[in-house]
Design a protein around this ligand. Structure first.
Ligand SMILES: [Zn+2]
Length: 164
């Protein structure tokens, strides 16, 4: 069992108040605990050719960045390459989206901080257009809203800027 730090656990943003929990269901490949994800989210994100395998059950998302498994349950397993979008926290994700609804990338946030004057989440949203739509339940691989992802990248970029 690898000791991993899930990039997102349960809390979501003040806007949507949604929360998804890390479950006890372990990834069939790496044995890490998965994040509970609704069937709706998986159905929306797997490539067309896998749709008939999705079934009716909900899924779990493997949060291990090194593992190729994306979604799993007792019936099916989908790898990260079976999805229409890269999962931002998986190794080699390209591009790394921080806001899937508005297709804002990690680089866009970092640029807004280092080359612009962005210091807050509100600045980031204004400059990049992030979080202008709220369809995270079907667009974000976690089914959660992107607030926490953006916040984490913003904080990292501010540290970078302040160290210059
Ligand atoms: Zn895994």
């Amino acid at each position: 069992m690898q000791n991993i730090n899930p990039p997102l656990t349960s809390a979501c943003c003040p806007q949507c108040g949604a929360s998804r929990e890390i479950s006890e269901e372990r990834c069939p490949s790496c044995n890490a605990k998965g994040l509970y994800v609704k069937n709706l989210t998986v159905r929306h994100l797997v490539e067309e050719r896998f749709l008939e395998k999705v079934g009716e059950e909900d899924y779990y998302l493997c949060m291990n960045p090194e593992c190729d498994v994306a979604y799993y349950n007792n019936v099916a397993v989908f790898l990260k390459d079976h999805l229409k979008v890269p999962i931002w926290f998986k190794r080699d994700a390209n591009p790394k989206y921080v806001c899937y609804c508005s297709k804002v990338k990690e680089d866009d946030v970092i640029k807004a901080v280092l080359q612009g004057d962005a210091s807050t989440i509100e600045d980031i949203c204004r400059i990049t257009g992030a979080m202008s739509k709220y369809e995270c339940e079907v667009n974000n691989p976690t089914g959660n809203c992107c607030y926490n992802i953006i916040k984490e990248v913003l904080e990292r970029a501010l540290v970078l800027r302040n160290s210059k």
